[in-house]
Design a protein around this ligand. Structure first.
Ligand SMILES: [Zn+2]
Length: 169
């Protein structure tokens, strides 16, 4: 059925589903079935209509082609769909990004286990060739240890000061 919409010749006939016949809109002729080739052969009797139909078909093909191209091109432009890319990224950057997600961005730790994220991060980890496991647990542990060490540093610094600052913890 879909291919019929690409062929303008069907617009010049009416089709009877019961008798399986096609009736020419411009004359009294009735044709058996609705084969594009037969209809075209008949329409060539009405030379003006035939030429018009051919022109319409060319236009349809053209617009279908540009439509297909423009969607593809649009996606390529939007995502820059190069087949493969090399990126410069290290373990530290990844961990920092994960920490930022759960601290600055306020995302839940469970998000780090999401399959969508894993699909991006796993090939990267493979590229770095580290068998480190980065997931919600390891990042939680990392953030916890980091905050303890920051607090410890802070305590050292404030104890060096002669006066205690109550606003700092
Ligand atoms: Zn006719």
């Amino acid at each position: 059925m879909a291919r019929h919409t690409h062929n303008s010749v069907y617009g010049y006939f009416t089709h009877g589903e019961v008798l399986k016949k096609s009736k020419c809109k411009s004359c009294v002729s009735t044709l058996t079935g609705k084969h594009g080739k037969n209809l075209k052969r008949h329409l060539s009797n009405h030379i003006e209509l035939y030429q018009e139909m051919q022109l319409k078909n060319v236009e349809k093909k053209k617009s279908a082609a540009t439509k297909k191209m423009s969607i593809l091109e649009g996606h390529e432009k939007l995502f820059q769909l190069n087949p493969d890319i090399k990126v410069k990224i290290g373990m530290k950057t990844i961990i920092n990004a994960y920490v930022e997600l759960v601290t600055v961005n306020g995302r839940p730790y469970t998000m780090l286990n999401d399959t969508g994220l894993r699909k991006i991060i796993d090939p990267v980890l493979k590229g770095i060739n580290k068998k480190k496991c980065i997931n919600s647990n390891s990042i939680k542990k990392y953030v916890c240890e980091e905050s303890i060490s920051i607090k410890r540093k802070h305590k050292c610094r404030s104890s060096n000061k002669s006066q205690t600052c109550f606003f700092e913890t």
